[in-house]
Design a binder for this molecule. Structure first.
Ligand SMILES: *[C@@H]1O[C@H](CO)[C@@H](O)[C@H](O)[C@H]1NC(C)=O
Ligand SMILES: *[C@@H]1O[C@H](CO)[C@@H](O)[C@H](O)[C@H]1NC(C)=O
Ligand SMILES: *[C@@H]1O[C@H](CO)[C@@H](O)[C@H](O)[C@H]1NC(C)=O
Ligand SMILES: *[C@@H]1O[C@H](CO)[C@@H](O)[C@H](O)[C@H]1NC(C)=O
Ligand SMILES: *[C@@H]1O[C@H](CO)[C@@H](O)[C@H](O)[C@H]1NC(C)=O
Ligand SMILES: *[C@@H]1O[C@H](CO)[C@@H](O)[C@H](O)[C@H]1NC(C)=O
Length: 619
């Protein structure tokens, strides 16, 4: 394949760590009654895991414009909505939000077709810099609005902050986006990873937290005198939890000074893998991702501030995250390791009262994308690629289900390689979530989870859905409840295969239900049939999906050699060379191709308008 060298399609297969030894084959999992627990989480929603899309790639990921949306993107979101009973959450932003400007009108491409975004690579001393300058049209908000109409998507959007003292365009963005999106806009992010501004040359090297506070303050004063309708719809501080900790930002007075403007608290990645910072290889860090300690460490970073931020009325969102920043690790961020890691981290964050965990989608050079459109020049004949980490979003959506009332607790099981969580709804335990981190196809690391419910008899049966793969290093042969999204370039965002929910008879005499746990795997154990119902997506014809094949009008579409798309030049100014595709956190020129298409029935329809119109194409 032509793209094996880019991060999203890397061929790296890591050697799984040696399985842990000395653990019992019969593994006690005793669920405690809710009224004996003092530390149950706040009620969580099934859309706990959502996605963060780098602003510079919205044209490839969301679609060309408001009437040409990408069906595979819609399907990846619809899968969450169907399990969570709530709109999936998407944030648009990232490093590229900081140098973005809104325009009223769309940008014509070479063929005159209107596009909602365009970008330029600024040249410094003749060399392109890493982060492009992005221009987007109000059309982007219409596209977002249309997506919300189809699948109730809720949005965060990142505002420009490169020059906070010249914010008139940002104030217009705030006004227009609130008017177009209405209640589907959750919040506007102000400042993206300000703690890294000095290091990333976005500010002078002596840029301090006080400078950031001064800028934020000026920005909020501008908001007060702007026509932005809701002036308390902002999110900060979005620190990368690198240079400045959330605690330091609070200690410096952030909540006191700005709390009244905010409606969310946001923060980012657990691990920094940016050039020059992370010296370890993927193989070296792999074992640290295959243990519950990873989730404990990440959540403990926020533990000191959670109660204080919540008492200021702000839900906490991990706004941009994934296995590690700057694209993640090849062979790890795109393998089953990342599925288990993301489930454990999401559940642990939920157990510690974080409300949302968003997995970042960057460009082709990123290893960690939950979903990636095919590169431009092969977009006519290839589908999307669903990343291993995406499966965590399905599993977690079902772990909480659609009641909006699921409270979770870490059961503190006595091995870092076999964590477990209990989930309660309205005071009753309804689900148990278990992980076996060992990667071992000999069977020696399989275990039997012996589930008991303290103070009561087990039900006569439980139902189980597994997330399964042959090894933690597997990239594509991954199934959730028997269904898969397929291999590289094979995905249209719809699950294939038959839904498998296993029924396990319990032993009521000995008061236990024995759930086999293969190594490696995740299991979601439903303690009641109602809980299964509340987590199950509609099947067959009642499922909401978006077709990706042209069924009508394909002969009317012009056919354009896809290679033209890769070399298109627009009207960049004299100081700019236009680039195709880019990412915020990834290396320069790491773009997702400009458009994509899955094969039409029997013919290639590789055209600029190849992102299919939504109207009339719902299955
Ligand atoms: C697509 O582009 C890549 C990167 O520029 C190149 O290596 C590859 O040969 C191209 N493939 C086709 C089918 O044109
Ligand atoms: C979206 O793009 C298509 C194809 O270029 C074009 O025909 C259509 O008019 C565009 N829609 C809008 C609202 O710009
Ligand atoms: C999408 O937005 C356009 C406006 O740009 C509107 O005409 C169209 O009806 C919308 N489509 C849907 C499905 O909401
Ligand atoms: C302020 O920002 C706008 C775009 O938002 C830009 O056109 C203008 O040149 C900027 N002004 C200065 C003085 O930098
Ligand atoms: C989460 O919030 C609930 C309800 O306010 C509280 O009882 C619990 O102790 C909190 N958990 C943590 C880890 O702060
Ligand atoms: C859960 O919350 C969503 C809004 O986020 C709402 O649309 C849905 O109806 C709620 N479900 C229940 C069962 O209350």
């Amino acid at each position: 394949l032509p793209v094996a060298t880019s991060g999203a399609y890397n061929q790296e297969v890591l050697t799984p760590p040696v399985p842990p030894t000395g653990l019992e084959q019969q593994w006690d999992v005793t669920v405690q009654p809710a009224n004996t627990l003092t530390n149950l989480s706040i009620p969580q929603r099934g859309n706990f895991i959502g996605f963060s899309v780098e602003l510079s790639v919205v044209g490839q990921v969301l679609g060309l414009n408001s009437t040409y949306l990408q069906p595979p993107f819609l399907n990846h979101l619809a899968n969450i909505k169907e399990r969570a009973g709530a709109g999936p959450i998407v944030r648009i932003g990232g490093n590229t939000q900081d140098q973005s400007t809104m325009f009223d009108n769309t940008f014509p491409d070479k063929f005159g077709n209107p596009q909602m975004i365009t970008k330029y690579q600024p040249l410094v001393n003749g060399n392109p810099t890493g982060t492009p300058i992005v221009e987007f049209a109000v059309e982007l908000f219409y596209a977002m609005s249309n997506i919300s109409k189809l699948i109730n998507t809720e949005w965060y959007f990142g505002l420009q902050f490169i020059d906070p003292y010249n914010n008139s365009n940002a104030m217009e963005v705030g006004t227009v986006i609130q008017e177009v999106l209405g209640s589907s806009l959750l919040s506007l992010q102000v400042g993206n990873e300000p703690d890294l501004y000095a290091g990333h040359d976005k500010r002078p090297s002596n840029y301090s937290m006080q400078d950031y506070f001064n800028e934020f303050s000026f920005y909020m004063e501008s908001v007060q005198s702007s026509s932005i309708p809701n002036k308390k719809l902002f999110l900060g501080p979005s620190v990368a939890t690198g240079t400045w900790s959330c605690q330091q930002v609070i200690d410096a007075g952030y909540l006191t000074e700005f709390g009244s403007y905010l409606n969310y608290w946001g923060m980012h990645y657990p691990n920094d893998n940016c050039p020059g910072l992370q010296q370890l290889t993927a193989q070296e860090v792999l074992p640290t991702y295959l243990t519950h300690n990873s989730a404990l460490t990440f959540s403990q970073e926020f533990a000191p501030i959670t109660a204080e931020v919540m008492s200021a009325g702000l839900p906490l969102a991990i706004l941009e995250s994934n296995t590690a920043s700057c694209g993640g690790f090849p062979g790890l961020s795109d393998a089953f390791t990342s599925s288990l890691w993301a489930i454990d981290n999401a559940l642990m964050l939920a157990a510690t009262n974080i409300s949302t965990f968003l997995l970042h989608v960057g460009g082709h050079n990123d290893n960690y994308n939950p979903f990636t459109p095919p590169p431009t020049n092969i977009s006519g004949s290839y589908g999307w690629t669903t990343g291993a980490v995406y499966y965590a979003a399905l599993a977690v959506a079902e772990t909480f289900g659609s009641s909006n009332a699921s409270q979770i607790i870490d059961m503190n099981l006595p091995s870092e390689f076999r964590p477990g969580y209990a989930i309660y709804e309205n005071g009753s335990p309804t689900r148990v979530a278990l992980i076996n981190y060992a990667s071992d196809d000999t069977g020696a690391s399989d275990y039997d989870a012996v589930i008991q419910i303290a103070g009561t008899t087990v039900p006569d049966h439980v139902s189980v859905r597994y997330l399964a793969a042959p090894s933690v290093s597997e990239k594509y042969n991954i199934t959730w409840a028997g269904q898969t999204l397929g291999g590289q370039f094979e995905s249209d965002g719809r699950l294939k295969g038959t839904l498998e929910t296993q029924t396990i008879e319990c032993d009521q005499t000995n008061n236990q239900c024995i759930v086999p746990m293969r190594a490696p795997s995740f299991a979601l154990v439903f303690l009641t049939d109602d809980a299964v119902t509340r987590s199950t997506a509609p099947q067959g014809s009642s499922a909401v999906t978006f077709a990706t094949t042209v069924t009508k009008g394909k002969n009317n579409r012009p056919v354009i050699n896809p290679s033209i798309l890769a070399t298109m030049n627009g009207g960049g100014g004299p100081n700019y060379s236009r680039i195709l595709g880019s990412t915020g956190k990834a290396a320069p020129n790491a773009g997702i191709g400009s458009l994509s298409l899955v094969p039409a029935l029997g013919s290639l329809v590789a055209v600029v308008g190849c992102v299919l119109a939504i109207q009339g194409l719902m299955d």
